[in-house]
Design a protein around this ligand. Structure first.
Ligand SMILES: Cc1cc2nc3c(=O)[nH]c(=O)nc-3n(C[C@H](O)[C@H](O)[C@H](O)COP(=O)(O)OP(=O)(O)OC[C@H]3O[C@@H](n4cnc5c(N)ncnc54)[C@H](O)[C@@H]3O)c2cc1C
Length: 408
């Protein structure tokens, strides 16, 4: 039997890796060390149905406790790893204990960026959304009529805005960049999503920076207002910062592994130490000749499963096939592919009202699609990417074209 595998991080990637090894009939001892106090769970509902109160936490768990015992996977919760001792091949925990490994996996995820304390980022009532605790605290604030200010027009901010409007809050969202979704989607997709939010009553202020958060009587305490870059003061009851994440690569960096805004891994999930793998949000991985970070369920699962196959003795590289989704109101945004470096887009109206898709091209090659309430466009785009096909732009833009035709 192979030696002990230790996984740091009991999240999407850590769980997927352990489960895949057992599915591959690999019987080596596995220990998962997780900082949180709960069993591994899916995060996407934290800014969607869980925050809305429409999904219980039990439904978020990947598996119940019995699965870990039945599959001989030791899981230690509230177990924060302080250090990796590569020479001694062991990890050191905050509680002073150590766990020996033969193979180690770093699956530590990412941490939301926070606003600096110097501008009031440490006031009470300023939230991020990453884990169950964040969502539970936030849910208590989500009461009808309260005033919420969201900083950042990315997916997390927009999803939180949708939940808050659904629950009857007054919502203002500010975005420093020229437009919402600047980092992740085209201007056309942003236009569609902005219009949906405005229709639902969200005030969206783009090109709008933040000067400071103001607490009670200007001192520390609960946030009461926000001063924008143009001097406007907006009264608030609470604030959500959705301003991106930073990968949790400190353990790897301190241990001398190669990091560069993420733990650098090869296509097999290997770090610069042959006994240490990494997977999920904490990694920087190869993709079409570049090194990228992919913060998604798809990547966490597929990359972890590929690494598990390598650990079990396989040799297949992980070739990311990115997909992503976001739920806002009754709108399902589905994304296939990765629009990195796109230079052209084609907008296609959907067959029913409120449906549309935005198709991304790079040097004439089709690379990704954003499908808004348009499952057919999503499925077709995904298949085209798998097949390496590049549809005619004019055909795509023509609503009379049956998408099936593109696959023939
Ligand atoms: C609110 C929200 C909504 C999202 N919505 C979507 C979506 O709609 N679609 C989508 O594809 N993706 C979505 N994502 C992203 C997706 O959830 C992540 O990409 C995925 O969880 C990454 O998995 P991971 O295992 O790398 O990290 P995580 O799931 O974050 O797990 C990492 C775990 O490691 C633990 N850890 C960190 N450091 C240590 C340490 N030193 N010692 C011990 N444990 C440690 C952390 O506490 C955490 O539990 C969303 C994320 C959030 C937060």
């Amino acid at each position: 039997m192979a030696g002990r595998l230790v996984i740091i991080g009991a999240g999407q990637a850590g769980f997927a890796l352990a489960a895949k090894l057992r599915a591959l009939k690999d019987t080596r001892p596995i220990t998962i060390l997780g900082a949180e106090e709960c069993l591994p769970y899916q995060r996407p509902p934290l800014s969607k149905k869980y925050l809305l109160g429409e999904m219980s936490f039990d439904r978020l768990l990947f598996r119940s406790e019995s699965w870990y015992a039945e599959n001989d996977v030791e899981i230690r919760l509230s177990a924060w790893v302080e250090e990796i001792d590569r020479t001694g091949r062991r990890v050191l925990l905050q509680d002073g204990s150590a766990v020996d490994y033969d193979t180690l996996v770093i699956a530590t995820g990412a941490t939301p960026r926070t606003l600096p304390a110097a501008i009031g980022g440490d006031l009470d009532g300023v939230y991020v959304v990453r884990d169950k605790r964040d969502a539970d605290r936030l849910a208590e604030e989500m009461l009808p009529g309260r005033r919420l200010l969201i900083i950042g027009g990315g997916y997390i901010g927009l999803e939180a805005a949708a939940v808050a409007r659904h629950l009857g809050l007054e919502v203002t969202l500010i975005e420093m960049a020229d437009r919402i979704l600047q980092r992740v989607a085209s201007a056309e997709t942003a236009d569609i999503m902005r219009a949906i939010h405005v229709t639902h009553g969200v005030t969206i202020l783009e090109k709008t920076g933040l000067t400071r958060l103001i607490g009670k009587a200007g001192k520390a305490g609960k946030v009461e207002a926000v001063e924008l870059a143009d001097g406007t003061v907006v009264p608030v009851d609470f604030v959500i910062a959705g301003i991106g994440v930073t990968p949790n690569d400190r353990l790897a960096a301190t241990a001398g592994l190669e990091t560069a805004n993420g733990v650098v891994v090869d296509a097999f999930g290997r770090t610069s130490d042959p006994f240490i793998f990494a997977a999920g949000d904490c990694t920087l991985l190869p993709f079409e000749g570049a090194r990228v970070r992919l913060e998604s369920v798809q990547n966490a699962v597929d990359q972890a499963e590929a690494a598990a196959a390598v650990i079990a003795g396989g040799e297949l590289p992980y070739l990311p096939k990115p997909w992503f989704w976001s739920d806002q109101y009754d709108v399902k945004l589905q994304i296939a592919g990765f629009n990195l470096g796109y230079d052209e887009t084609v907008v296609r109206p959907g067959a029913r009202e409120g449906a549309a898709s935005v198709w991304y091209f790079r040097r004439g090659k089709f690379i990704a699609v954003d499908a808004i309430n348009d499952a057919k466009a999503y499925v077709t785009g995904k298949k085209l990417i798998d097949l390496g096909r590049h549809p005619e732009k004019a055909l795509l833009a023509d609503p009379a074209t049956d998408l099936k035709q593109l696959l023939l």
